[in-house]
Design a binder for this molecule. Structure first.
Ligand SMILES: C[S@@+](CC[C@H](N)C(=O)[O-])C[C@H]1O[C@@H](n2cnc3c(N)ncnc32)[C@H](O)[C@@H]1O
Length: 270
């Protein structure tokens, strides 16, 4: 398999996380998606997507996990979906949900970096959500691919964890101080990866001794430059005080620091 080493390790760690999520998930998406109005998207993402006409369009989500967000779009807009994720287990789960709800959506297990030219000029919308960009060391390479996969005038939507949050310690980390959760403990200008073995249970919010996850901190300027260098114009960039990581919700009420952001981009005509 053509892939990089850290992604293969991440694949194993995400496969392990899938069984933890399954155990801790309180809802059954195979049942929920039988309701043709069902969507689990929050109002921020739903409102942003309403700006794009999606009926009959083809939507891709990169790092789609178990497909719940992409399936929400397909279920409520009449779009067709293709979800991509490196985890065998999450892709299997997503495929079962799509089949049982009879939704026009298929799922592909792959390292995004291993995609070649097979999806060039295919999608009217490409979506990244909470905790997707951090798995890629080179955003230029990622958005070069996105720029190719979009059709001319196709849209890019990013709804992500704000890079500012990389400065703060999470509750389970030794550096965390309950009395001062805004204490800056990490560098914004960080080149070394994050390496973690405390799991990825943002569903049950538990920690467990896990296989190793390796991820990367990106500056906002890296993200904007990578998008803008690949024939995609940024139409809207919005920062929010609400959390999408499921680990910094306690800071939302203060509205002091940005916890999430959205980007709406559009590929040029030619
Ligand atoms: C934090 S989850 C995304 C969560 C998603 N927003 C949700 O709420 O379901 C990150 C996903 O990225 C996937 N992933 C990590 N590295 C990847 C890679 N190189 N290629 C494709 N998927 C990857 C993982 O398997 C995982 O499902």
């Amino acid at each position: 398999m053509k892939t990089d080493n850290y992604s293969e390790k991440n694949r194993e760690a995400w496969n392990e996380a899938a069984s933890v999520h399954k155990k801790n998930r309180k809802v059954d998406y195979s049942v929920l998606f039988k309701n043709k109005d069902y969507s689990m998207l929050d109002t921020t993402l739903s409102s942003l997507l309403k700006k794009i006409s999606l009926s009959g369009r083809t939507v891709a989500q990169l790092c789609c996990n178990n497909g719940r967000e992409l399936l929400s779009i397909v279920n409520t807009t009449g779009a067709t979906g293709v979800g991509f994720d490196i985890s065998d287990e999450f892709i299997a789960e997503a495929s079962v949900i799509a089949k049982s709800a009879n939704l026009d959506c298929r799922f592909v297990r792959t390292n995004i970096y291993d995609l070649n030219t097979e999806y060039d000029n295919t999608f009217d919308l490409i979506l990244f959500t909470a905790g997707a960009l951090t798995w890629f060391h080179d955003l230029g390479r990622l958005f070069e691919l996105v720029g190719r996969m979009l059709r001319p005038e196709g849209y890019l939507v990013v709804y992500e964890i704000h890079p500012f949050t990389n400065l703060l310690a999470l509750k389970e980390e030794p550096a965390y101080e309950a009395k001062n959760p805004y204490k800056i403990v990490y560098r914004y200008f960080r080149n070394d990866p994050w390496v973690s073995d405390t799991g990825a249970d943002y569903i049950g919010k538990t920690t467990y001794k896990s296989k190793t996850f390796t991820s990367f901190a990106h500056k906002l300027s890296d993200i904007i430059t990578a998008i803008g260098s690949n024939k995609i114009t940024i139409k809207e960039f919005t920062e929010y005080p609400h959390d999408v990581s499921a680990s910094l919700e306690s800071l939302e009420k203060d509205k002091i620091v940005p916890l999430s952001y959205t980007i709406l981009g559009q590929k040029s005509k030619k």
